[in-house]
Every structure is written in C-alpha cells, then in structure tokens.
Ligand binder design. Structure first.
Ligand SMILES: *Cc1c(COP(=O)(O)O)cnc(C)c1O
Length: 220
C-alpha cells in the first residue's frame, strides 16, 4: 500500500531542484496508478521484464527509469520508451543502447554508474574507468545516446560518516566532469544518489535525483 503521507512529506522537504524517482519494483500497477493520480510521473524499476509489463498496462505519459543493472541482450525491450537508464557500467552496453536507440529513431539518456560502496557485489565503473571511457574516441561516435550524469549507491551501513564521504567524493567527481567535458553527447545535469535510508545525506552532498522505494510503497 502506498504511504501518501510519507510521499508528501518527502516532496515537501526536498528542494525543488531535486527530482524524485518513485521506485515501484515488486509493487502492483494499482499502487503506481494511485501515486500517478497524485501527480507522480517518474517511476523507477530495476528489472526489464517487470518494467515492460508495467509500461504496457499504465498511462503513456509516465516517465520510466531503469535503475537496475541492464544486460546488453535486454536493451531492445526498453529502447522504444525508457526515459533514463541509471546504471550503465560498460562501453559495450553504451554501444548496444546506441544501436537500439538508433533503430527507434531516439536519443536515450544514460547515467554512468560508479561503484562507490565498500561491498564487492555491486555493479559499476571505478572513477578511473569513467575517466578512461570519457577520454576514448569511441564514445563520441555514439550519436544516439546522451550521457547526462552519474549514479551511485553508498555502502549499506548505519554509519553516516561513511555514506557522507562516499557521496561527497562522487559529487566532487561529478562537478569536475560537468565543467571539463566537451563531448557532444555528454551533457551533465543529473547526479542520481540517495535512497530511502540515505537520501537526506545525498541531497546535502549535492544529489539532484533521489530514488525512493520502500518509504513510499512500503517494505518489499
Ligand atoms: C530498490 C532500489 C532503490 C530504492 O530503494 P529503497 O531503499 O526501497 O528506497 C533505489 N535505487 C536502486 C538502484 C534500487 O535498486
């Protein structure tokens, strides 16, 4: 069940410049529709199959973000409608997104995911890998993608200092790239960091897009 009070509370306590992605993974379309009717238009899913099924059933003016890991062989299923892909973590994937975007006569916005957490299991580039990627000539040839920023997930910990230092480092890196980048298909506007448990810290550190699931939709 949707916690409308918690949703409104988040909206009234975040700056206008911060976008809220309502993370609806595992939740029924009825919950999404309910929040949509209360004016939420941006939703995030982490699985391609679930995203496609929900896209089919719900109003077409919803902006769908894929926030989870994306396999290259699944890009084709979402290329016609996805509005932002948060977790791009390889050149191979960028090339595939470019190819499928071209087929659909679109330019797809992508965020590069950087691995900032201590856990080994999470996906993402290192800072160095992103520097290398953005310096390679191959990237500028991809005319059907636009790299609009970065995404990161902090370590799952109750230690705020650790979360803060991870978010601060990512924000510093984002700010530097935003100033330096001159590639035609890179235009940084989005720093996606912060979830239910750490979004306030993330915003303090400079996030302008938060991805909130359980606080709004209940635990999974
Ligand atoms: C599930 C998920 C979220 C939302 O997490 P909550 O803790 O439920 O707010 C945010 N980002 C990603 C990448 C996720 O997979």
């Amino acid at each position: 069940m949707v916690n409308l009070e918690a949703y409104r509370d988040i909206l009234s306590n975040i700056p206008k410049s911060v976008a809220l992605v309502a993370v609806s993974k595992t939740k029924p379309v009825e919950d999404i529709l309910f929040l949509y009717q209360h004016n939420q238009k941006v939703f995030g899913e982490n699985k391609v199959q679930e995203l496609c099924a929900k896209y089919e059933q719900l109003p077409k003016d919803i902006e769908w973000h894929l926030i989870g890991h994306l396999q290259t062989n699944k890009v084709k299923y979402i290329a016609s409608f996805v509005s932002l892909i948060h977790a791009v973590d390889s050149l191979k994937l960028l090339k595939e997104i470019n190819k499928e975007a071209h087929k659909n006569n679109r330019i797809i916005s992508c965020l590069l995911q950087i691995h900032i957490a201590q856990e080994e299991t999470k996906f993402g580039f290192s800072y160095n890998e992103v520097e290398e990627l953005l310096a390679s000539s191959e990237i500028s040839e991809l005319q059907h993608i636009k790299i609009t920023g970065l995404m990161g997930m902090a370590t799952l910990t109750s230690n705020k200092q650790i979360i803060m230092s991870e978010f601060n480092e990512l924000a510093k890196f984002y700010d530097r790239l935003k100033l330096q980048l001159t590639l035609p298909n890179c235009n940084f506007s989005t720093l996606s960091m912060g979830m239910s448990n750490d979004y306030k810290i993330a915003i303090d550190c400079g996030s302008n897009m938060i991805r909130i699931g359980s606080t709004i939709f209940g635990s999974r």
